[in-house]
Design a protein around this ligand. Sequence first.
Ligand SMILES: [Zn+2]
Length: 330
Amino acid sequence: MNPAAPPAPLRAPLEIEFDYTRSLGPVLSQFMTGLADRRILGARGTDGRVHAPPFEYDPVTGEPPGELVPVGPEGTVVSWSWMPEPLAGQPLEHPFAWALIRLDGADTALLHAVDAGPSGPAAMRTGMRVRARWAADRTGSIRDIECFEPPDAATTDAVVTGAASTGTSREQAGEPVTGTITPVRLSYMHTASPGESSYLRGLAEGKLLGQRCGVCGQVYVPPRGTCPADGVPTREEVQLPETGTVTTFCVVNVGYPGQRALGITPPYVAAAVLLDGADIAFQHLVLGCEPGEVRMGMRLRAVWGDAGNISHFTPTGEPDAAYETYARHL
Ligand SMILES: [Zn+2]
């Protein structure tokens, strides 16, 4: 008789999204501000070469550049790669080329999109001449150049542009751009390991499942599938209680976008929680008391949320655990 097949690992689509905000500094501020005025600027290095986009520090001497010099708006494709199925948020919605373009007057190349026109990739070649197509709405961003295109293209300086997904700090025309916001998004399919799958299935039933190493006896939760100390598979499943101890913690005082959706606002405590019987702590929220009351050794119990998961931990009110009981997990 065949043994029952193990349940298939769990899979789920995950999406990570955040805005990357950076200040531009004096050089890139000039570069971005120039783009809003349809000017592309480069920096001349001490070796005489013109870099476009400009460097912030000379690659030879480490010094900031002097006055920036205009380059382009035409240039030559140095290298390219075809993008047959553009992703959301990319410069063009139809197939296009990513290209390294050496602008006239520059010695280095700039990465940008090339709209090759109706011939598609057949029109692309190394050495082809292109020129910037300016966006109608320019805010002081690399997206002020909508793309590059062959000089004889009929679509120069399109009036209609896609929604700008890159923000800047420019409040009104004429002011220098001092910052840039780049939205970052990553979509992927996560396949849980067999150990993680059983842990997640346990959570859905209100159980905390870990695994014990057959060599050293350490209990890992969530399970890793192998013991990092012995390098052997951890096959013995262990159900752990919902109670544990704060080993270390921090008070979070800085908020972040989307935090309110979780129902928490700073200040709040994120703690390393060592479940009773476990040999490794995991991080979770501690709610239900003032942040200032949380301390090392504080006893906690899990509070379950609606979605088959632990919402947070909260104090049990028991006396604190003795330091010796968790000291080796710090
Ligand atoms: Zn082990």
